[in-house]
Every structure is written in C-alpha cells, then in structure tokens.
Design a protein around this ligand. Sequence first.
Ligand code: FMN
Length: 431
Amino acid sequence: MDSRQLGPRLQGQTKRLRGSCDPQSVAVFSLIINLGKTEVEELGASPGHDNTLTIQHTCAAARWAAARGGRAPAGMWKRFSTQLNVQHIQKRRPRSQIQLCAGADECCTRDDNLLAYKRIRLRPRILRDVSVSDTRTTVQGMEISFPVGIAPTAFHCLAWHEGEVATARATEALNTCYITSTYSTCSVEEIVAAAPNGYRWFQLYVYRDRKLSEQIVHRVESLGYKALVLTVDVPYTGKRRNDIRNQFKLPPHLKVKNFDGVFQETAGPEEYGIPANTLDPSISWKDVYWLQSITRLPIIIKGILTKEDSELAVEHGVQGIIVSNHGGRQLDGGPASIDALSEIVDTVQGRIEVYVDGGIRTGSDVLKALALGAKCVFIGRPAVWGLAYKGEEGVREVLQILNDEFRLSMALSGCRNVAEINRNLIQFAKL
Ligand SMILES: Cc1cc2nc3c(=O)[nH]c(=O)nc-3n(C[C@H](O)[C@H](O)[C@H](O)COP(=O)(O)O)c2cc1C
C-alpha cells in the first residue's frame, strides 16, 4: 500500500463507521479500539483520566447500548467514561454480560497486561521507502492476512445472539486465525458450517474424564480444525471476584453447546456452564504425551510464562506456545504476558513458534510483541467487545482497525513487511 494512502484509509474507516451508526456509537467504537484520545474528550472525560479505565467503562456502555438497539441516553456515555467503574457498571448491565472483563483477585495482572505495553518504547528507522507494506505472515505454516488472531473466549452468545458463529464469519472474512473456546455457546459443527473456509484452532481443557476430552479432539479433527490449543493455566478456576459476587451462571437458554447432553442435569455446583470439578487439576506434562497419542494435530500450549516451562514444552515436542496469563483471570500477581515473552523467545530459539496474548489494544502493541519475538498475537476482550457492539460486523471492525493501525505503525517505524520487525525496534534502556 502507498504510504500516502494510510491516512485516508484510516479516515475512510471512521467515515464508514460514521455512515453506519449514530455519532455516539462511532465515538465509543473508536474508543474501544483505542483510536485516540480526542474521542474521550468528545465524551466529556476529564483530562488526565485513566485511558484504560475509560475504554473499559465505555465499552461497557457500548454493550449496554448494543443490547438496547444501539442507543443509550446521552448522558450515559459521559458517566460511563468519566466516573463509573466496573462495579457501577454491574448495576446497569444484564448480569451475564458483566463478567466479560473480570480479572482475578485485585486484577493487578489484568491491568498490568495493558500498562506493560505502554512502558515499551520503539526505535523507529527512517527513509526506508515504506510506500509498499505487507502485513501477511504465517502461523503453523498457514498464511494469515496480519499477525492478529482471536484468542479463545467463552460464551459469545452472551455478547451477541449469534455468538461464535458471528466471530467465525468475521475471522474468515479477515483471513486470520480464530481459536474456538471449549466453552462455546455454539457447537463446533455450527461454527464450521457458518464459516467453512475459516482457519481455526480448537482450545482444549483436559477433563477428569479423559474420554470426554478425547471425543471432542476427534470431533474437531474431523471438522477440519488445524491445531489444538491446550490451556494449562486452569488447574482450578481463578478467584474472579465479580463472577463470584454476581453468582455467575449461564442463563438457562444458553449452553456449553459442545457438551450438550453429555453432562446429566445435576443438582450439584456448576462452574461456567459445566459441573464443578470437571477439569482435572492433576494434569501434568505426561498428559501432553497422552494428547499426542490421540491426535495428529499440532499442539500449542497456552498459558506458559517462564523459560523453564517453555524448555519443557519444546522437549515434549509441542508445536507452539502462547505466552499468556489468561487475561489476568487466573494467578493475580503473575507477570504481564508481554514482560514474560522475551525470556521464552530466548529459550525457545526458534525451535517452535511463540505467540502472545493479553492486553493488546493497538496496532503498536502488535508491533512491539512481534519485535520482542512473537510470531502472532491474539486478542481476547477486544473481540468480545466488537461482538457485543455489532456482532460479526463489530468483530470485523476491531480486526480491521487493528490491521490499519499495525500497518501504520510498521510504516512509521520503517518496516515494509513482518520479516523486517525485530528486536532492534525496541528501546531496551527504557525497560
Ligand atoms: C471473558 C473471557 C473468557 C475467556 N475464556 C477462555 C476460555 O474459554 N479458554 C481459554 O483458554 N482462555 C479464555 N480466556 C482467556 C483468553 O483466551 C486470553 O488469554 C485473554 O483474554 C487475553 O487477554 P485480553 O482479553 O486482554 O486480550 C478468556 C478471557 C476472557 C476475558
């Protein structure tokens, strides 16, 4: 793309949004994907107000509005943007949707995921003819249009009535990777039927009943999923205070569709749509061998944060690692995922692909993660916000704007393609 087209393209993006919905939604949407601070001011936020909180609060306002046909009382945007915190939003939102931003305990790690990106400074190169730029890359040998995929997040039907089907269509349209959560509210069959040409991986937990895990592995393998993402940071569910306070329960009309009919209706305690204690906390490295014995799909381990575990992952023959703290929903006090990335990249030494998720909100965050050695990044909450805002179209917009921002950040730092992004872009003295 000609660099002179970059500005107009971003403007075009905003214009397109302006044409398609009311001005408040446009401003809010711009906020969601962090286009700039002007919109915050437009909404009456006080100068110096914490931008991260503003975005979170305003996203909640956007979801509130989405559930009411895209409109909210005029003063509401301002209130959400300036004063309210998540606790206040809980009072105004249908309970089921509030949980989407929850973190564990004090939310230190969740918040640090974002702040850590803001601490990183770039070393841009100049006069490098960035008139043509190419954001394409590959993951596990498959070409995607840019290095941003969708992390597995549960219960998309809470955000939008079509749920994961809408997410799958959006990622197919943008030609990137969608990691379907085990906790989907649409079945894997429905997802594949809705977006037959989409590139997908399946996120897996290991259950006490191994047969259950085995069945879902065979199902997704025969449906054409291209990799298994084994989430390893949930031996037990983190203490998500908001979810506990709200006694989170899937509403009766929604189900963890992949296991529909598998679990008997039990009177016992339930956790996130399935009976409590279904996940196996005794899961260990030998289960990686077990998983390899039942599938030919590549295995990617999600939830590694140390060099020790990344070395073990390589030794156990997996094909990739997602450096992740589960969006700060598990161990509070662990590192921001971007802060853990370098030691893992250094340990792995290119033997397998390393990806990262957690706190990615702008194109320059993507650039920083790639400069520190990630092959691709994944977004969790932003995709759900897009979904809650406008279903498939909302997810597409989130991805498209991240793509535009990433392309621009690349150009402004002198990179013409993804292969040119490397550690020299990072100002380590500042870290
Ligand atoms: C509402 C929500 C649901 C999630 N559900 C899952 C899940 O089912 N499986 C999983 O491995 N990770 C899950 N995650 C973690 C995400 O895959 C990802 O690690 C995290 O959201 C990335 O951080 P970000 O939201 O700041 O982008 C969930 C995260 C959120 C916020």
